[in-house]
Design a protein around this ligand. Structure first.
Ligand code: FO1
Length: 312
């Protein structure tokens, strides 16, 4: 089953790993949010792309879910000695990724081909696609600090500022890459990982033309809820929903995705929800172990196959 999955960082990487275990490599395309990307210490850092790459290559730090296991921070310590304010933690091995990416960007290569090259060199057989080639940046308008960039909100201020609104700088110039177009056109199903709908998935769905392209495909288009029992598995989703005036529930997530999805997976701890016009199922969506990741991927794929002929 040719599967395209839209992901953000850590939560998305868990599902991507589960899918990578059960699907042939050629059947999995992972489309990654790049609106968290930033310039840090003169280098282009793409946190969600790197989280996916490090997870699929087995390099990832299992504690954080991002960065490289056992990495040191000698370079940052040297920066600190020069008086730099090093609030964004980059490991010494992680720097290699950002140095090569920046060098290749400066040489005029597209982020899509750079990502392909990096993934190949880490022996990742699946296709990892940045959502776009051009820079798009999530800008968070906060009560306390006004407009700040995503990593300042997320890492520097530990997502504590109160969010008034979000906007995507550069989105109007963004376009669907030929690789993304081809992946969506040839997919047998489209999955939305249990990543933050507003911070991680919205940027992908905001690429001009992508919603229409997805809607044109008469195949299962399924989202997995990141809200379990009225709480976010990880990160600011629940806090953000409250600040945006939404009920913190799986139901709000379905409502947010609207007609982009025709199938919805929510957690077994939640009460049965009525989802008009949408196929829905309750599964264990909390991925604590590798077995949970494989089990969720297997169950979602099996469930989609059961109604793929009548996707509505
Ligand atoms: N998250 C943190 O909470 N603190 C950090 O210092 C930090 C550094 C970092 C460096 C590279 C990278 O790929 C990810 C990093 N992250 C860090 C995680 C990242 O900010 C978030 O996971 C995503 O942007 C949200 O999806």
């Amino acid at each position: 089953m040719k599967t395209v999955v839209l992901v953000g960082g850590v939560g998305g990487a868990k599902l991507a790993l589960g899918l990578a275990h059960v699907l042939p490599p050629d059947d999995l395309t992972i489309v990654v949010n790049t609106a968290d990307d930033t310039w840090m210490y003169g280098l282009r850092v793409c946190p969600d792309l790197d989280t996916i790459m490090y997870t699929l290559s087995g390099l990832v730090d299992p504690q954080n879910g991002w960065g490289i296991a056992g990495d040191t921070t000698k370079l940052l310590e040297a920066m600190r000695r020069y008086g730099e304010d090093v609030w964004f933690k980059l490991g010494d091995q992680d720097f290699a990724t950002h140095i090569l990416r920046t060098r290749w960007l400066n040489a005029g290569h597209r982020l899509t081909s750079i990502t392909e090259r990096l993934a190949k060199r880490l022996s990742i057989p699946q296709c990892i696609l940045p959502m776009v080639d051009l820079p798009v940046a999530t800008i968070v308008d906060t009560v306390e600090h006004g407009e700040i960039d995503f990593q300042t909100y997320f890492v520097r201020y530990r997502w504590q500022p109160t969010v008034k609104s979000l906007r995507l700088d550069g989105i109007e110039k963004a376009s669907i890459s030929p690789e993304l177009q081809q992946a969506v056109e040839s997919a047998d199903c489209l999955l939305v990982a249990p990543s933050n709908p507003w911070l991680s998935v919205a940027p992908i769905l905001s690429i001009p033309g992508l919603r229409d392209l997805m809607l044109s495909r008469p195949i299962p288009r399924v989202a997995i809820s990141p809200i379990v029992g009225g709480q976010a598995i990880k990160g600011p989703a629940a806090k953000l929903m409250t600040e945006l005036g939404l009920e913190v529930s799986a139901r709000s997530v379905v409502a947010y995705y609207g007609d982009i999805i025709n199938g919805f997976v929510y957690d077994q701890v939640d009460h049965e929800i009525e989802v008009p016009l949408v196929h829905s199922t309750r599964l264990n969506t909390v991925m604590l172990t590798d077995n949970d990741k494989v089990q969720l991927a297997t169950n979602v794929l099996e469930w989609m196959k059961s109604w793929a002929k009548t996707p509505s």
